[in-house]
Design a protein around this ligand. Structure first.
Ligand SMILES: NC(=O)c1ccc[n+]([C@@H]2O[C@H](COP(=O)([O-])OP(=O)(O)OC[C@H]3O[C@@H](n4cnc5c(N)ncnc54)[C@H](O)[C@@H]3O)[C@@H](O)[C@H]2O)c1
Length: 416
């Protein structure tokens, strides 16, 4: 006991000298202490920076009240390709935006671009959350005063859906149910829903109108059709204002080069035609494989309808403006014009300036010859029609972003 006290005292007397009532710390010990304090402060600062950069760092809700003259839109999937472009357009048009995304497929980099463009208070909020978590979703709705929801969030690759159908039914159908329940509980009465031409399956007649029977042939299309049905059934006994937009093949990117399409590298194998073209032009894949050259089309390859993302988000804004309480509007969003795969590849070669190698292979089972929209209804009722209909120009804009973002949103490098 005694020896312990003495040791402590000795230790103490080694550390300090008393100088007129003040403790004087020996210079060497003092500098050690200062170093320790500085290290602790640096570590704390580092932790705060990391925490702030982490997508899990959700600042408390910034938008808990409705504000006269301000429409607050919840954009689910706003870190993704189409959702980020939609958020940009909404912010540009003075909407207030809350993005909810689990970043499973989207990019925090896209959110950062939007945050840098619209740093003013009351404009943009990002919440990292999974729509498959009903508690989290209800909390978001309880803490925020939304006027409308644009529900983009989804897994969205036809090929992947055939390999992992349950993921698709869960992520698309069941999560839409969660969003709808939250809207019903919290009195949010406007929904713009992202659907797809994949809900039509293999139509007997083209162009596809909104009356064309919906007979989807893959889990992606079926999951979206089920989500549409849930929305329509719910709507029958509610005064909700709903727009269901069925997009055709989306291409392009922001003409000002602020945003682009940056899918996860592991999703390349399921990729869409424009990503595949750019990957081939960059030498990431050896070339393009065009499957089927004996379809009854002008050059034997399949026909699709390519809609530029800028036009597509324009259709969403029109839909939001024109949506009516108690009504559902269902619209195809396409150019109304079909292009063959060969045409697309030629446009891509010109846009990139790269002589992409193309292999022509036999048909792939399940591919349908012709899919393009009849866009009369959306033109007549929403006064919307596609403007960016020059394939090469749309691809050139997207290629510019791709070249400047060789690692997607991770780095910005410009290569001539
Ligand atoms: N790209 C097209 O050609 C096309 C065509 C027709 C329809 N669509 C539809 O448009 C919507 C957007 O597609 P995209 O091409 O931008 O896809 P994307 O993968 O780029 O974006 C989807 C976003 O949703 C997020 N997300 C997915 N599951 C989520 C969950 N459970 N909780 C929260 N966030 C989640 C992802 O992280 C991603 O940011 C989808 O509904 C898709 O079905 C796309």
């Amino acid at each position: 006991m005694l020896s312990l006290t003495r040791t402590r005292n000795q230790a103490r007397s080694n550390r300090t000298l008393s100088l007129g009532g003040m403790d004087y710390v020996e210079p060497r010990k003092k500098s050690n202490l200062v170093v320790k304090i500085l290290m602790a402060a640096a570590l704390t600062a580092l932790c705060i920076i990391l925490l702030k950069q982490s997508p899990n760092f959700n600042t408390p809700s910034q938008f808990p009240h409705h504000e006269t003259g301000v429409t607050h839109v919840l954009v689910t999937g706003g870190a993704g390709y189409i959702g980020s472009h939609a958020a940009l357009r909404l912010l540009h048009d003075f909407y207030r935006v809350t993005i909810v995304d689990n970043l499973s497929r989207g990019n925090l980099g896209a959110i950062k671009v939007l945050q840098q463009l619209f740093p003013q208070p009351g404009r943009l909020q990002f919440i990292h959350a999974d729509l498959g978590d009903p508690k989290a979703v209800h909390k978001i709705f309880a803490e925020n005063a939304f006027d409308a929801v644009m529900h983009f969030a989804a897994v969205a690759y036809v090929g992947e859906s055939t390999l992992d159908p349950l993921k698709y039914y869960h992520n698309i159908t069941s999560n839409t149910l969660v969003v709808l329940e939250a809207m019903a509980t919290h009195g949010v009465k406007t929904l713009i829903y992202s659907s797809t031409c994949a809900t039509y399956g293999e139509p007997e007649k083209t162009p596809i109108t909104e009356q064309t029977p919906q007979l989807p042939i893959n889990p992606y299309g079926k999951a979206k059709k089920m989500a549409e049905d849930i929305i329509l059934d719910f709507h029958k006994n509610s005064d909700m204002a709903v727009m269901i937009l069925r997009y055709f093949n989306v291409i392009g990117s922001d003409p000002e080069g602020r945003l682009g399409e940056a899918p996860r590298p592991e999703l390349r194998e399921h990729g869409r035609i424009s990503s595949a073209c750019f990957d081939a032009a960059r030498g990431i894949i050896p070339g393009l494989k065009v499957r089927g050259t004996d379809y009854k089309t002008s050059d034997g390859t399949c026909i699709r309808d390519y809609i530029d993302v800028t036009d597509l988000v324009g259709a969403h804004v029109k839909a939001l403006e024109k949506v009516k309480t108690g009504h559902v509007g269902i619209y195809n969003v396409g150019t109304g014009r079909g292009r063959t795969v060969k045409e697309f590849v030629e446009a891509c070669k010109k846009a990139t300036g790269v002589p992409i190698k193309v292999d022509f292979l036999p048909r792939r089972p399940g591919d349908y010859a012709e899919v393009f929209s009849d866009s009369t209804k959306i033109r007549n009722e929403l006064n919307w029609s596609a403007k960016y209909t020059n394939l090469q120009e749309s691809l050139q804009i997207a290629w510019r972003w791709q070249k400047a973002h060789l690692n997607g949103y991770e780095t910005r490098q410009v290569k001539s």
